[in-house]
Design a protein around this ligand. Structure first.
Ligand code: MN
Ligand code: MN
Length: 456
């Protein structure tokens, strides 16, 4: 019989220390990488420190070479050239570094009731009410009329002020409390409180005027510059240990920076693999992998084509297709951990449990596997052998009970390219909440799994 129990039961003191130590580096990564741009630049910094060079600047590539390619500062391709021909297949681990959040609109600034506020449009699947009455930070870029790019980051440094979305006081919420959860806080109610000092000379909208003056003094930007900006509102608190025993990590953005960081670390610790090893950190997964930085972008094929050109001397389409056909991929994304408070949405026999290791998800989708890639039995078998021979603690799960809802990952887009692919990531509690929870054991086992995969 196939036994399943907490992975912690077979963790000795030495391994427990390694597991706890590993999560310290992960928490540090989360704290500096709260947006796709910041997560991308920090991953790039870590890779460069390990000797990764710009792929476009290398004329030729040899086995063991470490290269990177940055796509519009939001999407990072990292590769270590294998001893085998690239055409024999690549080992991809692909995660995403965008997380649900709240973006500023193009015309955000206004004043009302003696306050300066910012209009927003949320990004990804959120329970909107969870984002009110919590400290928020803002990160992003503004491109000015002359083309200069200004970086804005407020709320995450010690001593920084924070931003805020108000909630209706309970005393006057009689009507609001009768609403459905999806409507309790509307999309147009996610207005960010950004100041309250009026400008002494302004005849109207004095708080807006004062805020714009302050932003102009500090960043040299004007109201019109918001038209060419990407400014993201995220929770302002750092990652924290959760539980008296510190066995869990609570943070904003586990989905999916937990798989991004663990796969990055796995790649950085890989030396001269037989198969070329690639860690890809994508963007826009939370809104369907759209856009030129998402998984559906031709950037992915461009990066692999460059590897072929620089290792084999020439590129042709057949070579690229053969490479994909010989390749395999772990679509590294999170799954739902079993929550004993909400057991009704989980099939206890086919759900992921916190602390039982990394999760292999053969298929996702909803309403009868719709929209799923559904990995083949042969590929599942190969990954199973790889994990078992490398002491990776792993479990198998679906995303919730049949007909309870569902979800998708980038696996389907990878599968479209004729690549073997299966979802493999960390189970979470409160996925997509502003503070999600992961088990330190599962985080460490994801890292071990990706490292084993690169070597298998
Ligand atoms: Mn995800
Ligand atoms: Mn997600």
């Amino acid at each position: 019989m196939y036994q399943k129990e907490s992975g912690w039961k077979s963790v000795d003191a030495k391994l427990k220390n390694r597991i706890y130590d590993f999560s310290e580096g992960y928490k540090a990564y989360l704290d500096v990488g709260k947006t796709e741009r910041l997560a991308c630049s920090e991953a790039l910094r870590l890779a460069q420190a390990e000797g990764f060079c710009n792929l476009e600047e290398k004329k030729t590539l040899q086995p063991g070479d470490k290269v990177y390619l940055v796509n519009r500062d939001k999407n990072l391709f990292l590769a270590i050239i294998g001893t085998e021909d690239v055409e024999k297949g690549i080992s991809f681990v692909i995660s995403h570094i965008d997380s649900p959040r709240i973006d500023l609109k193009a015309n955000p600034v206004y004043a009302d009731g003696g306050l300066a506020l910012l209009k927003t449009h949320y990004y990804g699947g959120i329970k909107k009410y969870q984002w009110t009455a919590v400290p928020l930070a803002i990160h992003g870029v503004v491109v000015k009329a002359d083309g200069e790019r200004v970086q804005i980051s407020v709320g995450d440094e010690p001593g920084d002020p924070v931003l805020y979305i108000t909630d209706l006081l309970i005393h006057l919420a009689t009507e609001q409390m009768q609403k459905k959860a999806a409507e309790v806080v509307g999309g147009e109610a996610l207005n960010v409180l950004a100041g309250s000092l009026p400008d002494g000379e302004a005849e109207k909208d004095a708080e807006k005027e004062a805020l714009l003056k302050l932003l102009h003094e500090k960043y040299g930007i004007t109201e019109e510059d918001f038209l060419s900006a990407e400014l993201e509102i995220v929770p302002a608190y750092p990652a924290k240990d959760v539980g008296f025993d510190r066995s869990l990590v609570g943070a904003y953005g586990h989905d999916d920076r937990v798989c991004a960081y663990t796969s990055l670390r796995a790649l950085l610790e890989t030396e001269k693999p037989a198969k070329t090893a690639v860690c890809l950190l994508t963007d826009k997964e939370e809104i369907g992998s759209m856009g030129n930085t998402g998984m559906r972008s031709a950037f992915f094929e461009y990066a692999v084509a460059l590897l072929l050109e620089k290792t084999g001397g020439a590129y042709n389409e057949l070579k690229l297709k053969r490479t994909f056909r010989n390749s395999r991929c772990l679509s590294s994304d999170v799954n739902a951990g079993f929550d004993p408070t909400y057991p009704e949405v989980a099939d206890k026999m086919n759900t992921a449990y916190m602390g039982r290791g990394v999760v292999l998800t053969k298929y996702t989708g909803s309403r009868g596997k719709s929209g799923s890639s559904d990995a083949g039995a042969e590929f599942m078998g190969a990954i199973r052998r790889c994990f078992d021979t490398n002491d990776v603690m792993w479990q198998s799960a679906e995303l919730g009970k049949v007909d309870c809802g569902g979800g998708g990952t980038i696996a389907q887009y990878v599968a479209n390219l004729d690549i073997e692919v299966v979802d493999c990531g960390v189970p979470l509690l409160s996925m997509h909440a502003p503070f999600e929870v992961a088990s330190k054991l599962d985080i460490y086992m994801a890292y071990k799994a990706y490292k084993a995969f690169y070597a298998c």
